[in-house]
Design a protein around this ligand. Structure first.
Ligand SMILES: [Fe+2]
Length: 176
């Protein structure tokens, strides 16, 4: 049975669901990446990063469930295959099967969380304009987590690495 009337225009409901779909895919890709890093991190930062990545993937696992269920509440199918996630995601997997160095893992995740924050912020505006307070609220919580996580990851980096990361982020932004 389809959604009859939840007080949202059907075009708005569709646009919000599409935005949620891309955020869901992005969060799922980062969930898998964070789990991979939890398993494969090596070096002097092993202990703190192994633990930090675990805390993060636990939150991400809960987040994907809530986002997917919001898409269902809006009357749309939630994507649920890795193929779809990779196609829809705002962030990418690394091409190589080789685990990056610990510091590079931190930089990659920082960049990914920042990218999701950017997409999440746009979606909050879209949902607010559509009068979809539930999505707006869910995305606000998601944005808060992504921004806080990006800050925590940034705090792990040496000053030189932070500069490189900032340049990298800038380059990605200007390419859009
Ligand atoms: Fe574990």
């Amino acid at each position: 049975m389809s959604v009859q009337d939840m007080g949202l225009k059907s075009a708005d409901r569709k646009r919000v669901a599409q935005g949620l779909t891309r955020v869901l895919a992005s969060v799922y890709v980062v969930y898998v990446k964070t789990h991979n890093y939890h398993w494969n991190v090596t070096g002097p930062l092993f202990q703190p990063l192994h633990g930090l990545f675990e805390e993060q993937y636990m939150v991400l696992a809960k987040a994907v469930d809530e986002i997917a269920e919001r898409i269902r509440s809006l009357g749309y199918r939630a994507p649920g295959t890795m193929q779809e996630f990779l196609k829809l995601s705002h962030v990418q997997e690394e091409g190589s099967e080789k685990a990056p160095e610990a510091e590079e893992m931190v930089m990659n995740l920082q960049r990914d969380h920042e990218a999701i924050s950017g997409a999440g912020r746009k979606l909050i505006h879209l949902a607010s304009e559509a009068g979809d307070d539930a999505t707006s609220d869910l995305m606000t919580k998601q944005l808060e987590f992504n921004e806080k996580t990006a800050w925590m990851l940034r705090s792990f980096l040496t000053p030189a690495a932070s500069v490189n990361s900032a340049l990298h982020t800038q380059a990605l932004d200007s390419a859009n």
